[in-house]
Design a protein around this ligand. Structure first.
Ligand code: B12
Length: 503
């Protein structure tokens, strides 16, 4: 493959193929674009969501641009939703195939969807390279290595650094590549100093477009997740090592977005309040800079350790709503799911937010291993008793490759598995765990237990105004682009249902 390559100079094309509505800003490409720019590469963005014509005229457009390397971000492997079962890998494979027809340059894939099963996705798509996990350091390193292979000699790269000797793909952390029939993968490389990346320099992507059509901007305050939830894809795709950004850098990023006209945000951490001290420091920095009065933001949080004092700081920092990844209320189920809190903590988190005026959605993950009619009845009753503003119900747990759940299920024989069980050894096509102890129609059972309570988003997709799947959700998209609603999608659904105007 390298024989066919022209020199890797500096023209890097980054593609965002994610066109789901409401649109979510490709934060990955924002950060990658900045990092390539900082190292002297010319990065060009093709955002198919922002400009669909780039996709429809791909062949022609590629001929005009002639990049030296193409990077594709692959965010969602599927929509994690039992009732739609929509997957996106076939779309990615077609895209790589289309690119191949008109360009011979190396294709690199990265992103959370990719990082769930890098070797398998590289094999299926036929791309040349992949990068597991974060790409800001590895992508430039790959470019450097490729350039040294093409020139076959030590030379100066664009930033003036010495290039290493040719053939050293092993030097690129987290790289996945093919060598003959083999797929090789380097050990992961974690970026220890996130502040060194200049993440606060926003502007490579069209943040304003995403704000007007998608209702919010996103920011990260840290990377990695060290929790032990048996089903979760985050540690698989992002790594277990927590790395924190300085509160100053996070606040500076938000300030920069504010100058671009973005006023509503969503955190892009797995759980914002873990570790708590860091989250608190970020909030205090927002307060110190007066951002709390100018912005509104929403976060994913864990109920673990969430108390009134913390809610007060978050509120003062501009937080308006929290989606608690509650999952369940029953001790036996929480333990099986790998959660480390109990109902008392969920109750305290909920009450703390009520007292401080933060709206909450409690997200539940039902139908997992050990779920029975009794545990189902108990969780729905207890959640109702907490009187949350909204409840997000997921019925059926997506079994993602690399998770503890994936290691424990018996693909061939487990009666609780739904979805594509045959010829799907790597679980790349959607497979869900839905406890067989819930009878023939678990969805009806849930519906009966919820009993028409309008605070619950029920997983069926039947009612647009309660559809809590954000995969091509026209109801929410229209509320944002035509009526001016902003913020977390669940909060937009709530406001619409309660007749509350956009804020
Ligand atoms: C915040 C969030 C949301 C928010 C977004 C708010 C916002 N304004 O951004 C909301 C609630 C809207 C949301 C919705 C959905 N989400 Co979401 N979300 C997240 C979360 C927590 C953060 C995503 C993020 O922006 N991360 C920060 C960026 C910078 O990281 P990154 O994309 O991974 O990019 C880095 C690397 O991957 C790499 N990289 C990425 N691309 C490339 C490309 C190249 C060439 C290279 C070299 C490297 C590279 O470098 C980047 C920089 O370091 C993740 C979980 C997580 N902890 O990541 C889930 C996650 C991405 N979501 C997921 C899903 C499924 C969805 C939905 C489909 C759910 C649904 N059915 O409604 C929708 C899809 C929406 C859409 N339009 O795409 C899954 C995707 C994986 C999967 N299961 O298939 C995740 C991983 C959660 C999970 N554990 O399952 N989400």
């Amino acid at each position: 493959m390298l024989g066919k390559m022209k020199s890797i100079n500096q023209d890097i094309l980054l593609i965002n193929p994610n066109r789901l509505r409401p649109p979510v800003a490709p934060l990955a490409l924002e950060y990658l674009g900045a990092s390539l720019g900082k190292r002297g590469y010319r990065a060009r963005l093709w955002d198919f969501c922002r400009d669909p014509r780039l996709a429809s005229g791909l062949k022609e457009n590629l001929r005009k641009v002639q990049p030296d390397l193409i990077g594709i971000t692959f965010r969602n492997l599927d929509d994690a939703y039992l009732f739609s079962g929509r997957e996106f890998l076939s779309g990615l494979t077609s895209l790589v195939r289309e690119i191949r027809k008109s360009s011979g340059v190396p294709v690199v894939i990265g992103g959370t969807g990719f990082s769930l099963a890098p070797r398998e996705i590289l094999r299926i798509t036929g791309a040349d390279f992949g990068i597991w996990g974060e790409g800001e350091a590895s992508l430039p390193k790959l470019l450097t290595e490729l350039q040294s292979q093409v020139t076959g000699r030590k030379s100066q790269d664009l930033t003036g650094n010495r290039l290493p000797a040719a053939g050293h793909l092993f030097n690129v952390p987290s790289l996945v590549w093919r060598e003959g029939k083999e797929i090789r993968q380097n050990p992961p490389g974690y970026i220890e100093d996130l502040d060194d990346l200049g993440l606060e320099n926003r502007g490579f992507i069209d943040n304003r477009f995403y704000f007007l059509r998608g209702g919010m901007g996103g920011f990260e305050s840290k990377r990695g997740c060290d929790r032990s939830c048996v089903f979760c894809a985050d540690p698989v795709a992002k790594g277990r090592r927590l790395r924190l950004r300085s509160p100053e850098s996070v606040a500076e990023e938000v300030r920069k977005l504010l100058t671009l006209g973005v006023t509503h945000f969503h955190t892009c951490d797995s759980e914002f309040n873990h570790p708590r001290e860091h989250a608190e420091a970020v909030c205090r920095e927002f307060i110190r800079r007066g951002l709390g009065r100018k912005i509104r933001w929403y976060a994913y949080c864990t109920p673990a350790g969430f108390d009134r004092e913390f809610a007060r700081v978050m509120k003062a920092a501009g937080c308006r709503g929290i989606n608690f990844g509650t999952d369940h209320t029953e001790e036996s189920m929480l333990r099986k799911l790998g959660r480390d809190y109990g109902f008392t903590e969920i109750e305290r988190a909920r009450e703390s937010c009520r007292k401080e005026g933060i709206v909450v959605m409690l997200d539940l993950l039902l139908g997992g291993p050990g779920e029975t009619r009794e545990t189902l009845a108990a969780v729905i009753e207890k959640i109702k008793s907490l009187d949350p503003e909204r409840v997000g119900l997921s019925l059926g747990v997506r079994v993602y490759p690399g998770t503890k759940l994936a290691r424990e299920v018996q693909m061939g024989t487990d009666p609780s598995l739904r979805g594509k069980r045959a010829r799907n050894p790597d679980l790349l096509q959607p497979v869900f765990y839905l406890s067989d102890k819930l009878g023939k129609n678990p969805a009806n059972l849930v519906r009966e237990l919820v009993g028409g309570d309008r605070r619950f988003f029920i997983p069926s997709g039947d009612e647009a105004e309660k559809d809590y799947n954000y995969d091509d959700n026209d109801f929410i998209s229209r509320a944002i682009s035509r009526e001016g609603y902003r913020g977390a999608f669940w909060e937009i659904l709530r406001r619409k249902a309660e007749g509350i105007k956009p804020d």
